[in-house]
Design a protein around this ligand. Structure first.
Ligand code: TGC
Length: 387
């Protein structure tokens, strides 16, 4: 019999045995390796780099890509993994997204055979770390206004510019950097030890503390002709990679929400006030029910989005639906969960406020709430409001 507290609509019955097995495997990894340590990593602002190879061994890096040591998993399987990882912490899921959906997918989609052979197997194994440089100090929602430039010099290229909020850049071996050229925006595969390339972690974050986000500066970074991603010109390149990352996020956010809900469901059962458990109060039950409604709806949105993706029918505008809805609802769920915890909810002992703080980054990167609203508005009305 299904447990209504954990799976009210029996969504598990929509998953295959292979999908359920993968979920169990990633959930076990999160229970064993992330949950016991996450509070210390968050408090100390540490990204657990020693987990990278373990995640590679589990097949979590570039898991939805084919060949070159990648997992060849379905979009739904990738989403399920993102959900379990983000139930642990958004910072860990972010690493998997940046590595697999951004850096690796850019090389897999648009790279030369030589670039794929050079980078993808090591990145899939977690032996090499990648990052993805699109956002700039003055170009966030509007990447078309980027000022980073690549000039052809002799047989190669010279890169100059700056990027900001670039996940994992200070520990990355390779950066996929998008730059304006005379022919339009192009992607470049840049080994991070190239002279003139520098990545500096952004300090004092109140969100995503168990992860690393960096400023990058590039001063006369000299690259060979073979550094350019040959198969794409224009913003379609980075946007195609953002589609992949946004897709993972709409699953991941529901993982964070689920963890917050489960935390306070247990707490409300144990914690007694006015002579009865918090769970017996009507106001608490309303909060818990609202969480179940939104987690179940959001999970169905994620699953349907994944099934569309696996059948080759998913449109970017449909990804915006899930990214906007699921992250927005997840933040509300985590904040509501915090209120059930009372004062205890402001400590790291309980996960909801950590998740809510992380989700502030998640709602901002890969397209803000506002951008996804306007993408949907354009899809519905046919009228672009940002140009
Ligand atoms: P527009 O100029 O009309 O289109 C440019 C070209 O791109 C194509 N395109 C897409 N292709 C694939 N997927 C999508 N989702 C696409 N969206 C647009 C489009 O067809 C066109 O192609 P072509 O061949 O005709 O030139 O641009 P737009 O008007 O469609 O887009 C406007 C807007 C606001 C939606 C877009 O600029 C946008 O999405 N802005 C948000 C950017 C964003 O999400 N930035 C966050 C990046 S996160 C990051 O950099 C950090 S990485 C994470 C980490 O390191 O932690």
């Amino acid at each position: 019999m299904i447990d209504l507290a954990t799976d009210y609509l029996d969504i598990d019955s929509l998953l295959s045995q292979q999908e359920l097995d993968l979920r169990s495997q990633v959930r076990q990894f999160v229970d064993d390796r992330i949950r016991p340590n996450i509070n210390a990593w968050y408090e100390d602002a540490v990204f657990p780099q020693d987990l990278v190879k373990e995640m590679g061994s589990l097949g979590l890096l570039g898991m939805h890509l084919n060949g070159y040591g990648c997992g060849g998993r379905s979009a739904v399987e990738y989403g399920i993994a993102a959900m379990e990882l983000e139930a642990g912490d958004s910072g860990i899921r972010t690493f998997v997204s940046v590595q697999g959906s951004l850096a690796m997918s850019a090389i897999a989609k648009f790279g030369s055979e030589e670039q794929k052979r050079q980078w993808l197997p090591g990145m899939a194994a977690g032996e090499l770390i990648g990052c993805f440089g699109l956002t700039e100090p003055t170009a966030g929602s509007d990447p078309a206004s980027m000022v980073t430039r690549a000039e052809r010099v002799g047989h190669g290229w010279v890169l100059n510019g700056a990027k900001r909020w670039i996940g994992l850049a200070s520990i990355a071996d390779v950066a996929v950097v998008w730059a304006a050229t005379d022919d339009g925006i192009r992607g470049f595969v840049v080994p991070t030890d190239t002279e003139g390339f520098m990545a500096t972690p952004i300090p004092d974050k109140l969100s995503m503390r168990a992860s690393i986000q960096c400023d990058i500066t590039m001063e006369n970074v000299q690259l060979p002709a073979t550094a350019v991603l040959p198969e794409v010109t224009g913003l379609r390149g980075p946007f195609s990679c953002l589609n992949e990352a946004r897709y993972g996020i709409l699953w991941g956010a529901m993982g964070a929400a689920r963890d917050a809900y489960q935390t306070v469901l247990a707490y409300a059962d144990q914690r007694t006030q006015f002579g009865k458990p918090l769970a017996a109060f009507q106001l608490t039950q309303q909060k818990l029910v609202d969480m179940v409604l939104e987690i179940q709806k959001g999970t169905l949105v994620a699953l349907q989005t994944g099934r569309l993706k696996d059948s080759g029918r998913l449109r970017p505008e449909q990804i915006s639906f899930g990214k906007l809805n699921n992250v927005r609802q997840a933040i509300e769920i985590c904040r509501s969960a915090r209120t059930i915890l009372g004062g205890n909810g402001i400590t790291l002992e309980y996960s909801p406020l950590r998740h809510a703080n992380n989700l502030e980054s998640v709602r901002t990167y890969e397209g803000t709430d506002e951008i996804h609203t306007l993408i949907m508005g354009r899809a519905i009305t046919g009228i672009p409001s940002f140009s």
